[in-house]
Design a protein around this ligand. Structure first.
Ligand code: FNR
Length: 184
């Protein structure tokens, strides 16, 4: 069976370019990968006090990561950093202390921006958090998708040939990364 990849998208916007990218990645990924978006918009802000009777949404998202073979982060950049909704999801997934469902997971980061720098700042702030909790973040190829607003057609399909080619190589590399780190 293909590796199950949980995809966390750092934007809640209906017409989010990051979400479009996540869908494009799902379609161009090799048959060894099965991508599924895990929704993070309804997670209450992390609060240790809630752990005694953790919210259902926290439990569900944590379970999604437990059963996934790998995690793919697709995110825009907000003020040179990680959008709060995604940081909150990472915080929720990092706890309870010592029981993070993310630690040890193979992961990769795709950042995107309508600007030229492709969300570099968000990518590296996210990487810093993930590395600190023992997530096995793939280091290359790095993916910073710049000028993202120009890459899709009106139906939201990725049409830019160079980006399709690059993301295809990225997805193959990610599959190899997951295989190397997985026990099967
Ligand atoms: C942005 N945007 C942005 N872009 C960027 O390249 N660097 C940045 O630091 C920021 N900061 C920022 C802050 C906030 C609060 C918002 C709402 C937006 C612009 C951002 O890249 C753009 O809105 C993207 O389209 C957001 O991604 P989605 O929603 O299309 O996936």
């Amino acid at each position: 069976p293909p590796y199950q990849v949980a995809v966390l998208v750092g934007s809640l916007r209906q017409n989010s370019f990051s979400r479009m990218l996540a869908h494009a990645l799902s379609e161009l990924a090799p048959p060894t990968l099965s991508l599924e978006i895990v929704e993070i918009g309804a997670l209450p802000f992390y609060n240790d006090d809630l752990e005694a009777d953790a919210p259902d949404t926290w439990r569900q998202v944590r379970q999604c990561i437990v059963t996934a073979d790998a995690v793919l982060f697709v995110t825009p950049e907000y003020n040179r950093s990680v959008p709060a909704v995604l940081k909150n999801a990472v915080d929720v997934l990092s706890r309870p202390f010592g029981a993070s469902v993310l630690s040890g997971k193979p992961a990769a980061i795709v950042s995107a921006s309508p600007g030229a720098m492709g969300g570099f700042g968000a990518s590296h702030h996210l990487r810093q958090s993930l590395v600190s909790m023992g997530v096995n973040v793939m280091s290359s190829p790095e993916v910073y998708v710049g000028n993202v607003a120009a890459l899709f057609d009106h139906a939201g399909a990725l049409t830019h040939a160079g980006t399709i080619e690059f993301l295809t190589r990225f997805a193959i590399a990610f599959s190899t990364w997951i295989e190397r780190l997985s026990a099967r």
